[in-house]
Design a protein around this ligand. Structure first.
Ligand code: ADP
Length: 484
């Protein structure tokens, strides 16, 4: 059991129309701690009926919520943000227990989650329309931005708080109401956030949280014509499925899907800075972020120097339970994640990669720990360079020319984050423009914040989250033509 200062944050029921609800058939599903494999909670397994009830509640709450001035909606979001910050220690404890990340990273994520509430509380006030110079003397043309209506959000386990507020904050600020389906591995953080939203005074039905069977809930949300918009963060495979399921009702979609981020270090880079950036980009959240460096391309002239320094730092990272303040790398989310990492490493070694550090589970722990791993002499055709490993494994690939590395980096169906290190301004612009990615980190391994547009191209998704663009995903543009 967790020792929370405020035990009422530990919720195991769904939230529908302002009421906490168990499943009608009393079904639950178990949540486990990935650091110990211990059972944490049994959470309501809600199905199609409860999802329909949440859609009805969100639709009923919509007229009054969208009629409020943006200022009033923003004030609720700001109160919610302050509650997140006041309860950050408890929220981080819940997050680390179900997700595994080190407690410092969990606290950082709560701050990041709150930043979306504050940002969109303000952006809601800036959803300007425009007056368009008319082509005819007897016409005046204007545009209005209006909330799209009832929205749905399906979120992943790797950022159990921030992926929710990044969708809910712009939706609510725009005047929409929403139903959230959190990942089954991490419902407790989502429910704790919902409890604080209740305390912040969100009217019943404005925010609903449905925990349970993903396929059933997803099918019900996508089939409903009342749901006008779906925002999803998760795998490309499920994104494709949800896009298909949304086709009959022509829903507006935001999809933030998988990545295969290249991390490119040129001969003219500051090698020490590149090593540090690569460590941050690769091993944060044990390599389980969609913007984590997945393949590291290092130019021949500095390859050995980079590889030695990088492997030395990776081998010094402290792996352990997220509750230990010394821990830098926590467990993977579950046994399947661990098996995928093992498979990628063994396949790379079979094909000629060399192990510099790591390459094994941590036998001393009951949970799903894998040692930070560095593979040198990897090649672009290895599985670990073609698929998202989502674990603490860094394949180092040697390249010779700029043209070669751009071609390798772009040879992917994904296009989310990319990184490059160089001290040449001309090269930075040349390569950043040539990379087919939605985001490019230049001389940095950390790019996410609430003020910048986050999102991918190609099969990494549709739409942008965060920034002043993020709220447009929840607005419709209406054109008014006024005859005089
Ligand atoms: P991951 O492999 O990282 O868990 P998923 O895409 O499977 O990524 O999961 C992301 C989110 O999508 C989670 O909330 C999960 O429950 C949900 N999900 C999984 N399958 C479906 C589905 N068939 N329909 C709707 N949501 C789904």
């Amino acid at each position: 059991m967790l020792a929370l200062q405020d035990p009422a944050l530990f919720k195991t029921q769904g939230l529908i129309g302002g009421q906490w609800q168990t499943a009608r058939d009393q079904q639950t599903f178990a949540v486990f701690n990935p650091a110990t494999a211990a059972h944490l909670a049994d959470v309501a397994s809600l199905g199609a009926d409860e999802t329909m009830a949440a859609i009805t509640a969100a639709a009923a709450a919509l007229p009054a919520w969208r009629a409020l001035p943006a200022q009033a909606r923003g004030e609720r979001l700001q109160v919610w943000s302050r509650l997140l910050q006041q309860h950050a220690a408890d929220l981080a404890q819940i997050m680390t227990a179900e997700q595994g990340k080190p407690i410092a990273e969990a606290l950082g994520e709560i701050r990041y989650a709150a930043s979306f509430l504050d940002w969109f509380a303000e952006e809601g006030k800036r959803t300007y329309g425009e007056v368009i110079p008319s082509p005819a003397a007897d016409r005046r043309l204007l545009t209005l931005k209006q909330p799209i209506g009832v929205c749905a959000a399906i979120t992943p386990w790797n950022f159990p708080a921030a992926m929710i507020t990044r969708k809910v904050a712009p939706a609510l600020a725009a005047g929409c109401t929403i139903i959230v389906k959190p990942a089954e591995q991490t419902p407790l953080t989502a429910l704790a956030l919902a409890e604080l939203a209740q305390r912040a005074g969100l009217p019943p039905g404005v925010l609903n949280v449905i925990t349970g069977e993903a396929a059933v809930i997803g099918a019900t949300l996508t089939a409903s014509p009342l749901v006008r918009k779906l925002s999803f963060t998760g795998s490309t495979e499920i994104g494709r499925l949800l896009m298909q399921q949304s086709a009959p009702t022509i829903k507006k979609l935001s999809l933030e899907l998988g990545g295969n981020a290249p991390f490119i270090v040129f001969d003219d880079a500051d090698v020490a800075a590149a090593v540090q950036g690569a460590i941050q980009s690769k091993y944060r959240n044990a390599g389980q972020t969609c913007v984590c460096a997945n393949r590291l391309f290092v130019q021949a002239g500095i390859y050995d120097q980079f590889a030695e320094a990088f492997a030395a730092q990776a081998s010094r990272l402290r792996v352990g339970p997220g509750t230990d303040p010394q821990t830098q790398v926590g467990p993977l989310i579950d046994a399947a994640a661990l098996e995928k990492v093992e498979q990628h490493v063994s396949q790379a070694l079979d094909q000629g990669a060399q192990l510099m550090t790591g390459g094994h589970r941590l036998a001393t722990e009951a949970g799903y720990f894998y040692a930070p791993t560095v593979l040198r002499d990897a090649t672009p055709d290895m599985q670990c360079a073609r698929e998202e490993t989502f674990g603490p494994v860094a394949p180092l690939i040697r390249f010779h020319s700029e043209e070669e590395v751009i071609a390798w980096a772009n040879d992917s169906e994904y296009g989310l984050a990319s990184y490059l290190y160089s001290q040449s301004l001309a090269r930075v612009f040349r390569v950043a423009e040539a990379l087919e990615y939605g985001m490019v980190g230049v001389n940095t391994g950390l790019i996410s914040n609430e003020v910048a547009p986050f999102g991918g191209i190609k099969q990494s998704g549709l739409g942008r989250e965060g920034s002043h663009h993020g709220i447009d995903e929840y607005l419709e543009l209406k054109y008014l033509c006024l005859g005089l």
